[in-house]
Design a protein. Structure first.
Length: 197
């Protein structure tokens, strides 16, 4: 039996274990985390419980200013289900419960999602999310001029992470040394979705 409840501070280590399980087979993240992120605004922060253990999570920040200024929406920072529990409707239960709270507590019916993981994108489209944006995410090796500028300010820089529009990627590749031989940080298209419930 799956039970959805609020995340509690004492859940952090178990939450991180499930997050790590999701990271292992997903391109949604390109860095490992060692503590649960904190966010500026109010949250809907839920976990899915099965047999007294956390098997899934969703963290939604209310009116986050991460990408562009919008009102009355939730930005989904974290979402995943442990690989041993996928295919059982847990993700959809988390989403529906989160949207119920968003509606009742904040009068919000819309969430914004971003992912560069192909399986996540297929899932989001399968459950009816609407695509609203797409862009490239990638890393570059700074040229000697940039390295020197950084070094003059006490910063040794090996890589820079960034993004650009789909249309600008070829131009970026001509100007910068885009890293394309390091699987976790290879260029990937990140797609933004909107879900209204």
């Amino acid at each position: 039996m799956i039970h959805i409840r609020d995340y509690y501070f004492e859940d952090e280590l178990e939450w991180l274990d499930v997050h790590a399980s999701v990271m292992v087979d997903s391109y949604a993240w390109w860095t490992a985390i060692h503590k649960k992120p904190e966010y500026e605004n109010n949250l809907v922060d839920l976990v899915a419980i099965c047999d007294d253990k956390i098997v899934g999570f969703i963290t939604i920040e209310i009116n986050s200013q991460v990408l562009k200024k919008l009102d009355n929406y939730g930005f989904v920072w974290e979402f995943g289900v442990h690989r041993d529990y996928r295919g059982n409707g847990i993700g959809l239960k988390l989403i529906k419960k989160a949207h119920k709270i968003l509606n009742e507590k904040y009068q919000i019916n819309k969430t914004i999602w971003y992912s560069q993981d192909e399986n996540a994108k297929k899932y989001y489209e399968y459950i009816g999310m609407k695509e609203i944006d797409r862009h490239w995410q990638f890393s570059i090796v700074p040229d000697d001029k940039l390295k020197k500028e950084f070094k003059n300010n006490g910063f040794n820089c090996w890589e820079i992470r960034g993004s650009c529009s789909i249309d600008d990627f070829d131009k970026v590749k001509k100007k910068y040394d885009v890293i394309e031989d390091d699987d976790p940080i290879n260029p990937k298209i990140c797609v933004g979705y909107e879900l209204v419930l």
